[in-house]
Design a protein around this ligand. Structure first.
Ligand SMILES: Cc1ncc(COP(=O)(O)O)c(C=O)c1O
Length: 465
């Protein structure tokens, strides 16, 4: 049955979240916009949380929600997983500290574990975030190729630093030709040189990528991609294979940013699904189990540039040093390979090795259920994504292939559905993607689908339905 759109769920939201509203007013006096990461903000004000367990979060107005943000994908085993908690507390009890500042056993154990899932990582290094991981990957690529420009795709996010804060969510008015996108700043304060040094490519358009990359073949050393755009728009297999081939031919390091997709699409990430091996991979989010963590791994030759052996410790100012800083690729950090986080990460990988299949089944159940609701009510909605992350796009277009398709979709109605869901105890930051966790139960999925159907009726049908 086809239904017509009406109604407005915003009023209830304001009324039901009064303590969050007051909290945000107080937060405004401490932090600009009341938040310490802009992603946490949405209009009219975000919900502030006070407690979370398993698949649920509770806000300051004592309302409980089934959480599908899950720390923007990081909490793949849900909130406060007892096994993760135990691994961390046992680590302290058994080892007496939470930071050595020296090499330690978990660095190798975790590394070997990751290498079994990601065989492309012949060697790897740890960082403290996904941002740091992609940043290090770019430095490695520039050092390896001697070429300092980078290419990225329109609509792809790789972290909050100047070089990659280019055309992440560009305005369609300024974005230029679809097949030759402009490089646009994603923030105030970006030096114009970054717009010249970061070339923007159209996702899923191999011919256009080949032309642009060939044009810049002597300058571009790295091509970085979210192999599944924003964690839910998949590439064509021919596009992935073609990109691999072109980057090889043009001596460009192909970097898969699997910060969202690693340990969420499946244990081996998008590269294992597509059978395409990048030169470097960046991981973050899920692999750290909700703690600040990142990994860069890949080809031995590229990684070895950062090896400080043979007297090349960059902080060693002694005369005996036989290499200079320029001979070694800098990578350091007080917290790199933090034992507590590695202990948490190991526990997460233990859980995922056992429970990934169930997690994927449960996510599919939810995806199929939402799609059935769209089909039943003849709403032009599509549920897209792989593994335990997906999103919902309202568009009559057959296939959503890139950022521009997404911009043409009905984002306003999608937002209304998200608010109608919030009202019914389903937590998703409006317009964001869904991240399911091993803590989500069958009952959570059923409850979510009931809420989804009601939300669709409210947004499209109003009282007439
Ligand atoms: C694909 C991708 N790369 C990098 C990052 C940055 O990771 P972090 O927020 O841990 O710095 C993110 C974060 O959302 C991401 O989604």
């Amino acid at each position: 049955m086809a239904i017509k759109k009406s109604s407005h769920p915003m009023l209830d939201y304001q009324k039901d979240s009064i303590r969050s509203k007051n909290f945000m007013e107080a937060a405004n006096a401490v932090m600009p916009g009341g938040v310490t990461a802009n992603i946490k903000y949405f209009d009219p004000h975000p919900l502030a949380m006070k407690e979370a367990r398993g698949s649920k979060v509770i806000d300051m107005d004592d309302r409980e929600y089934i959480d599908y943000v899950m720390g923007y994908g990081a909490l793949v085993t849900g909130h406060g997983d007892e096994r993760v908690k135990k691994a961390m507390t046992e680590y302290i009890e058994n080892h007496g500290t939470w930071l050595f500042g020296t090499p330690h056993a978990l660095e190798i154990e975790m590394g070997k574990r990751i290498q079994t899932h990601f065989p492309s990582m012949e060697l790897l290094r740890y960082t403290n975030s996904g941002t740091e991981a992609t940043l290090l990957a770019l430095r490695m690529a520039a050092a390896y190729t001697g070429k300092h420009k980078v290419a990225k795709f329109e609509g792809h996010y790789h972290g909050g630093y100047d070089q990659m804060l280019v055309s992440v969510s560009p305005s369609m008015k300024e974005a230029g030709e679809e097949r030759e996108p402009n490089s646009l700043p994603e923030s105030k304060g970006i030096h114009p040189s970054h717009l010249r040094n970061t070339v923007v490519l159209p996702f899923n358009d191999l011919k256009a990528c080949e032309r642009i990359l060939t044009e810049h073949r002597d300058e571009i050393g790295a091509v970085m991609i979210e192999p599944i755009q924003s964690g839910f728009i998949p590439p064509d297999l021919s596009f992935m294979k073609g990109l691999r081939q072109i980057t090889k031919e043009l001596n460009m390091v192909l970097i898969f940013d699997e910060v969202k997709t690693g340990y969420r699409t499946c244990l081996g990430g998008v590269q294992s699904i597509y059978g395409v091996t990048p030169d470097l991979t960046a991981l973050g989010k899920a692999v750290g189990g909700g703690f600040p963590f990142g990994v860069v791994g890949g080809k031995r030759d590229i990684l070895m540039q950062s090896a400080p052996s043979h007297g090349s410790d960059v902080f060693d100012a002694s005369q005996s040093k036989n290499k200079t800083a320029q001979d070694v690729l800098f990578h350091s950090g007080t917290y790199n390979g933090h034992p507590m986080i590695l202990a948490a990460g190991m526990a997460v990988l233990d859980i995922l090795e056992k429970e990934m299949d169930v997690l994927l089944q449960r996510t599919n159940q939810l995806k199929q259920g939402i799609q059935e609701i769209f089909d039943r009510y003849q709403v032009n909605g599509k549920v897209i994504g792989m593994g335990s992350i997906f999103s919902v796009v309202l568009s009559p277009k057959g296939k959503i292939r890139n950022y521009r398709d997404l911009q043409k979709s009905d984002l306003a109605t999608r937002k209304e559905i998200d608010f109608a869901l919030l009202k019914r105890g389903i937590y998703l930051k409006p317009l964001n993607r869904y991240s399911v966790s091993t803590a989500h139960t069958e009952e959570d999925i059923r409850t979510t689908l009931t809420a989804y159907e009601e939300a669709i009726k409210e947004v499209y049908g109003g009282s007439r339905f």
